[in-house]
Design a protein around this ligand. Sequence first.
Ligand SMILES: C[S@@+](CC[C@H](N)C(=O)[O-])C[C@H]1O[C@@H](n2cnc3c(N)ncnc32)[C@H](O)[C@@H]1O
Length: 454
Amino acid sequence: MKIKDKLILDIIDVNYMGRGVAKLDDFVIFVIGAVTGDKVEAEITEVKKKYCVAEVKKIINSSEYRVEAKCKNFEKCGGCALMNLKYDKQLEFKNNQVLNSFKKARVNIEDAKINEIIGMENPYRYRNKTAFAVRTDYKKSSNPVTIGTYGYRTHRLIDIDECLIQDEKVDILLRKIKKIIEDNKIESYDKRKKTGTIRHVVFRKNYLNEIMLIVVTSSEHFKGKEKFLADLSAIGEDVVTIIQNINTKVSSDILGRRNIVLFGKGTFIDKIFDKQFIVSPSTFLQVNHEQTEKLYDTAMRMADIKKTDTVLDLYCGSGTISLIAAKQSLKVLGIDIVRQSITDAKTNARINNTKNVRFVCGKVEEKLPLWVDAKIEADVILIDPPRVGCDIEAIKSMMIMKPKKIVYISCNPSTLTRDASSIIEAGYKISEIQTVDMFCHTSAVETVVLFEKR
Ligand SMILES: C[S@@+](CC[C@H](N)C(=O)[O-])C[C@H]1O[C@@H](n2cnc3c(N)ncnc32)[C@H](O)[C@@H]1O
């Protein structure tokens, strides 16, 4: 097989990137733009040792699961890779992705209760945080300002003036900001030439639908700043605070360390169940509010915490799960690596008048062994690590603590199942698995797993 070869393919599945999967004599071909059940003519675009990538050229028979993607940027953007698949099929795909991952890792889930995935009634306009890159070119005769996202694994910035998974108010703001940048001739930052200023715009939304606008720049001062900021301050659309974030680094991180409050308080309050949480530009909060409550509710039900229980909340972020768990427990101890998150977690404990929580800043794999040495005991451990999963030292310490239950929240099935193997080997069984669709139309899936001591 070589590049530009044309093939007729039957699509038998979709992969974790939302690409159709076809097989020719057991050789796998990932087909961009195809969904399960399609018969397509596809052109090979990449040839690897174990697989090929192809692009759909013609749909010969359209799958019964195929729908017209509602987003006009669907083909270019790559963010919502599954939007052309019926929503219930997306859910089935995500659940299978998790179950297959357990199978591949040879983790026994035969005795586990496996629930149906929790989807959304309306899987659009759900994100409470979005970030867009800015690029300007005033030599162009029209549309000199591009604000948007990069195409999947490309450096091509796609102009976005509407994104169906964010609030409609943010769409309006995007268009207004674009005009303000253009009117004031603000130059975007060029990493290579080290010229220009504006890098990103970030939007956050809280439970009251108030908006925080963060304008990321490469330096504090820049030409035209006063008028630019005055125009931004008059932007409306329920923007309650505007922050200039300074990011001087040449890296893919969106936010830098320094924030200058330009308008409003620089923070706002969000609410999950009856708990209030302070949100600053860098605060980690789950991005889908409605599904977060279902996710946390599932974790709490599985944890079944008793009033006498000491609970650990590892990778606690700004203490959301800790504060929800604190109501039912004797005490909750949280660890997170990000100092600002721990500062926020302490503030959150104070504003919610919760006294039985303690938060420590550091790496779980370094702090937990110290707690083991200090003979701190845990009845229930809640873990919600980043995509890389848990460090083996963290798992070893958890195993020494021998909690009766571990509730593991994961955004990455492959690291979840890797860690599950170690936990099971140390004497636990998986009792329940619940997948939750937090990132509708994308191929990402969230899973909650209950481990119980055998
Ligand atoms: C998926 S988030 C979960 C946050 C929180 N549980 C929530 O639901 O909002 C993962 C968290 O792990 C933290 N983190 C990443 N690596 C870590 C490590 N080695 N030790 C401690 N925390 C870490 C991140 O700062 C982030 O807050």
